[in-house]
Design a protein around this ligand. Sequence first.
Ligand code: ARG
Ligand code: ZN
Length: 439
Amino acid sequence: MGAAGIGDPDFPSDGNGGYDVTHYSLKLAYTPSSKHLAGVASISATALHDLARFNLDLSGLHVASVTLDGAPAQFTREGSELMISPAAQLAKGAKFTVRVAYSGTPKPVRGSSNLGTYGFIPTSDGAFVVCEPNGAKTWFPANDHPADKATFDFELTVPKGLTALANGELVAGPVTTDGKTTFIWRERHPMVTYLATMTLGDFALRTGTTPRGLANLAAVAPKYNNQLDRVFRLSGRITDYWSTVFGPYPFSSTGGVVDDLNTGYALENQTKPMYGGFIPDESIIAHELAHQWFGDSVSIKRWNDLWLNEGFATYAEWLWAEHNRTITAEQVFRGRMSMTSSPIWNYPPGKARPDDLFNESVYTRGAMTLHALRQRIGDATFFKVLRTWAQNHAYGHATTDDFITLAERLSGRQLDSLFDVWLYKRGRPEWPERPRRQT
Ligand code: ARG
Ligand code: ZN
C-alpha cells in the first residue's frame, strides 16, 4: 500500500508514498461566471513498490471516475486524500497511468499562520493560481509535495475572449470553437506541483525574446495595462543577467504575469512568475526570476530546507541592487546586522517551521547566511558555489547538507560553525567573526 504522505515529517499528509509521478496531463475547462472547473487529469507514474492501493492528494471537487491503464478502479475520499484501488495490484517498477475525471468549484486553501490564501483563487474575470506550498490539490489530483517532480501538459478551455496561462510554452492554440477558446501549454522540464498554474482572465499579452534570445512572455490584467512593456523588458533583462551570474537559464522561456487581486501575492511559477494585486518592482522581479534556478530547477526535498529557495532569492535581490549600484550586498547585510532586536535572531532559518514556514528569517537571515559565506570564502569561490549548485542539481533536488558539502569542497574550508550559527542557532551571530585559530 502507498503511504498517505510522502514522508515530510512537518507535513505528514502532503504528497503520497509508493510511486513517482513522471507526467501530468491536465485537460481542464473553467467558467468564471459559475466558478466551475471540469476535466480530466491523466497522471503517469512508476510504482516504487508493489501497490494494492495508493493515494493522490485532492481537496474538494467531485470525482466522477477513476481508471487505471484504461480499466475502472475503485476509489474513496477522505479529507484531501483520494485513495485508489486498482483492479489488480501494481508490481514494483510498473509504469501506469491513472485517469481522474472530476469537476466542481475549487476552494483555495486558507492557510494557517503566515500562509494567507493560496491555491486556485477566483478573480473578477478568471482565476489566479498560485499554490505554494500545497495548493495544487485544490485544482488537480496530485502527488502534492516538492519531492516529486514531473513534466506537465495543459489543455485549458475558457470562455472566448479570456486567456489561460500555464507553465512552459504554448504548443497549440489558441483555438476558438462554440464560444470557447483552448490553449495548449507544455512544460517539458520537471516541475514541482506547487509551481503549476492555470491563471486565466482578461490579459494583454506581449511575446518575444529577451536580449539574449530566450522566449519571453508578459501578461497583464487590464488594470495594469501600462505595465505590459515594462514587465516584459525587465523580466527579459533580469533573466539574462541571472544567466551570467547563476549559469544557463534552466527552462525554455521566461516571463511575468500581473493579475488583479485583492491582496498582494507573488509566486515563482516555473517559467512565468506571477504577481497578484500590485505592480512588481525590480527587486521582486529579480527575486522571482532567481527562483527559476533556486527552488524551481533545484528544488527542496523537505519544507524545512525552504531557506534554499527564499534565502537565495532574497540574496538575489541584494545582488540585483549591487549590480545596479544602488547599494551593495555588504551594505544591506550591515543594515540587517545592526537591527539588534529583530525577531529573525530568534528564528533559526535552517529549519523552517511548519506553522511559520515563510517567516522573515527564512528570507532575510537566509540571505545573510549566503553573505556571511561570501565574506568567508571570497567572491570568486562564492559565485562558483552558486553556479555549481545550480548546475549539479538542475531539474532535481538538494538539501542544506548538500549545500554545505559543496561550499566546503570548493572553498577547501571547514564551514560547519559558520552554517551552524547562521542557520541553526538562536541569537544574532557575531559579526565580524572572531578571528579563528589557524590549524
Ligand atoms: N515563494 C513566494 C515568494 O517568493 C512566497 C509564497 C508564499 N506562500 C504563501 N502561501 N503565502 O515570495
Ligand atoms: Zn521567494
